[in-house]
Design a binder for this molecule. Structure first.
Ligand SMILES: Cc1cc2nc3c(=O)[nH]c(=O)nc-3n(C[C@H](O)[C@H](O)[C@H](O)COP(=O)(O)OP(=O)(O)OC[C@H]3O[C@@H](n4cnc5c(N)ncnc54)[C@H](O)[C@@H]3O)c2cc1C
Length: 440
């Protein structure tokens, strides 16, 4: 399903007239979608356009990438430009997917230290919204960036490689110029050992404080109606790759938990009474697994990719339990019956990204999801949002949010952002409706 939807998003980008994001829930009508094939073409297109918005792989759940004028799709700018293994740096074009980047690094015995779970997204799209993985050892993926080659509104190349300008540009929301190239910090290739199991929610929640401290990475899927949790912990190892039943697990992830689950959810969204049956069956599709694999393959391991809508708030970690209670309270208040498990990760507060939702504090990233066909998910998200905000939460820039997050950041952060914005784009060429709402 994930591949089919990616193709759908791609076709809608190339087909003139309308653009749809990966989840099929956000639409816009660009006048033109352009696909530059070289830096020169990119600079010329940027200089010529009056309003320009760049799109990555279209995996964001909100209208951040949308434009009704020119949209630039950089997926043909997807090459590795330089690798400096000795200094642990790789410079890539902005449109490379994380999957292709990981493969290129693996060929050279290198790896990223952290990255988001999804590998179909572009490097520039991932950093621009402060996307993240799990583990206190890292902040947002954007913090792995050491330099950016950015095209300004006049079509000139600007190198940003430190100081407050990089702190702003690393999470640019598509408004601080068009990123042409990104330099990432990388390390020597390594393996993770992952331990996956289903446990009772009491047992899982009793460990909430310890989990991120005792494990380099930990995340959990809350099977709310079954009072269970699918829990994963992973740590570095020098052990060789060891997979128990790779073919069966591939079928489970890509067929059962993606296509079959998608079909089940589509039916359940029309026939009340089916969702409880699906929820009941879900824990039995997971089994205890302790496996070792290449770091990127573990970081991208995900139990199925059904079409969803998503809202995620990054909340100070000491409020993890309160955040889970808030979900339960909102479900009760709105009567919404969960059909996709809430997902909880832990993220470090390191790095200087001005608009990083996790900056300066260890956090839990708490995500609620729904298959879009179910009535009532938006009422549930809207009821939950103020509860998350009351806990000090800040929204993920690439997911749904309804209240303006402007006031959730220090004025100095917006000042730094606005200063680079003025320098790169004095007339607002890169702004769209969502950006204007955020900035003013
Ligand atoms: C199935 C799925 C799984 C996900 N998993 C995770 C996860 O594990 N962790 C997480 O944090 N998030 C996750 N997300 C959210 C996702 O990581 C973000 O929405 C991400 O920004 C999407 O990247 P993209 O390449 O699709 O960019 P798009 O959504 O197309 O664009 C995102 C933003 O980046 C800007 N942009 C893109 N390219 C450029 C460029 N070259 N120069 C300047 N700006 C640019 C766009 O203008 C836009 O503002 C997931 C989303 C989905 C659908």
């Amino acid at each position: 399903m994930h591949h089919a939807l990616t193709i759908l998003a791609l076709v809608s980008v190339c087909g003139c007239g309308s653009w749809t994001n990966w989840s099929g829930t956000i639409h816009c009508q660009p006048r033109r979608v352009e696909r530059p094939r070289s830096e020169r073409e990119l600079r010329a297109m940027v200089a010529a356009g009056s309003h320009v918005r760049v799109v990555g792989a279209g995996h964001s759940f909100n209208a951040l990438a949308c434009s009704n004028d020119v949209m630039l799709d950089l997926r043909e700018l997807n090459h590795v430009l330089e690798i400096d293994a000795a200094r642990g740096l790789v410079k890539v074009e902005a449109g490379i997917t994380l999957h292709d980047l990981d493969e290129e690094l693996a060929k050279r015995g290198l790896a990223l230290g952290t990255e988001p779970t999804i590998d179909k997204i572009t490097a520039a799209g991932a950093i621009s919204t402060a996307s993240h993985g799990t583990g206190f050892g890292h902040g947002a993926f954007s913090e792995e960036v050491t330099a950016l080659d950015v095209i300004d509104a006049a079509g000139n190349k600007v190198i940003i490689d430190g100081g407050e300008r990089l702190a702003a540009a690393r999470i640019g929301l598509g408004a601080l110029g068009v990123i042409y190239a990104i330099t990432f910090r990388v390390e020597r290739a390594f393996n993770f050992e992952i331990d996956e199991r289903v446990v009772g929610e009491d047992e899982a929640f009793a460990q909430l404080d310890r989990l991120p401290l005792e494990n380099e990475h930990a995340d959990l899927f809350w099977l709310v109606t079954e009072h269970k949790v699918f829990l994963r912990t992973y740590k570095r190892t020098t052990a060789p790759v060891h997979l128990e039943h790779p073919a069966a697990d591939w079928l489970l992830e890509h067929v059962v938990r993606t296509w079959v689950a998608h079909f089940g959810l589509a039916v359940a969204s029309k026939i009340p009474g089916v969702t409880p049956l699906l929820n009941k069956a879900e824990p039995s599709t997971f089994r205890r697994r302790v496996e070792v694999d290449r770091s990127d393959r573990i970081l991208h391991r995900f139990p199925g990719h059904q079409r969803v809508v998503s809202m995620e708030y990054v909340i100070p970690v000491e409020h993890t339990r309160a955040a889970l209670r808030a979900i339960a309270d909102s479900l009760t208040a709105t009567g919404f019956y969960p059909n996709v498990p809430p997902y909880v990760r832990f993220v470090g507060g390191g790095g200087d990204g001005l608009l990083s939702p996790m900056r300066g504090r260890k956090s839990c990233a708490v995500e609620v999801l729904s298959y879009p066909g179910f009535a009532g998910w938006e009422r549930f998200f809207r009821d939950l949002e103020p509860r998350f905000r009351a806990l000090g939460g800040r929204p993920h820039w690439g997911k749904l949010f309804y209240e303006n997050p402007h006031s959730l950041y220090e004025p100095a952060a917006w000042k730094g952002f606005a200063s680079l914005h003025r320098e790169i784009d004095p007339r607002g060429k890169f702004d769209n409706a969502l950006m204007r709402w955020l900035l003013h």
